[in-house]
Design a protein around this ligand. Structure first.
Ligand SMILES: *[C@@H]1O[C@H](CO)[C@@H](O)[C@H](O)[C@H]1NC(C)=O
Ligand SMILES: *[C@@H]1O[C@H](CO)[C@@H](O)[C@H](O)[C@H]1NC(C)=O
Length: 196
């Protein structure tokens, strides 16, 4: 009786041993595959964001104290050197400024570039009667006259899945080609407590 009970339990032990070995082999394979994928992703140059201003209006009369500028922009994700999909998230907005003076603002639609692909979206930023100090208007007029007008563009994506805002910081030539952006993450500060 006792011997009959032992036999199936030994077979069971062998079976469990094989199952355990297979699981361990599977786990090791997964870890190796994951590590290789991550090191490939880390070795790739990553996504490159660029912004171009393809049209601008409202900068003709810089003698007036207020401006109503319109900028047609393109935002491009060059993901050709990246092994992972890259996306600009929802509710992104582009803000255009010059020497810290706000000029224009507009929303940028969410979009993605698949791995090793490029993707582009258009956006329009505008400002209505924005006040720009005289010294900046004079400086901008000079730069535009020399064909060197350059503005700051920041594309901010509010924190969604992650706990930080993503900001693309770009210096963009008016009427020039795509200009590279520097990407930063900003952790929003908690709102000050009431009464403080
Ligand atoms: C911006 O783009 C819109 C639509 O494509 C066009 O109608 C408008 O004239 C453009 N404005 C400038 C300043 O390029
Ligand atoms: C995208 O990036 C690749 C290299 O990463 C480069 O060869 C290519 O010219 C870029 N495309 C554009 C439109 O700039």
């Amino acid at each position: 009786m006792g011997a009959q009970v032992e036999k199936p339990s030994r077979a069971e032990a062998i079976f469990m041993g094989i199952v355990f070995l297979l699981m361990a082999a599977g786990l090791v394979t997964s870890i190796i595959a994951f590590t290789m994928a991550m090191s490939r992703a880390a070795a790739s140059p990553g996504p490159v964001y660029t912004v171009a201003i393809i049209g601008a209006a409202g900068l003709e009369d810089l003698d007036r104290p207020t401006l109503s500028p319109v900028f047609n922009l393109t935002v491009r994700i060059n993901n050709t050197g990246n092994k992972l999909e890259e996306c600009l998230g929802s509710f992104s907005a582009a803000a255009v400024s010059y020497g810290d003076a706000f000029l224009a603002r507009g929303s940028v639609p969410p979009f993605c570039a698949g791995k090793e692909h490029e993707s582009v979206r258009d956006a329009t930023a505008w400002g209505q009667d924005v006040v720009v100090p005289r010294f900046l208007r004079e400086r901008l007029a000079g730069e535009l006259g020399r064909g060197e007008g350059e503005v700051d563009v920041q594309v901010t994506t509010p924190a969604g899945l992650y706990c930080y805002d993503t900001v693309l910081v770009c210096k963009v030539k008016i009427g020039g080609g795509p200009c590279p952006c520097w990407r930063d993450h900003v952790y929003p500060r908690p709102a000050p407590a009431a009464g403080s």
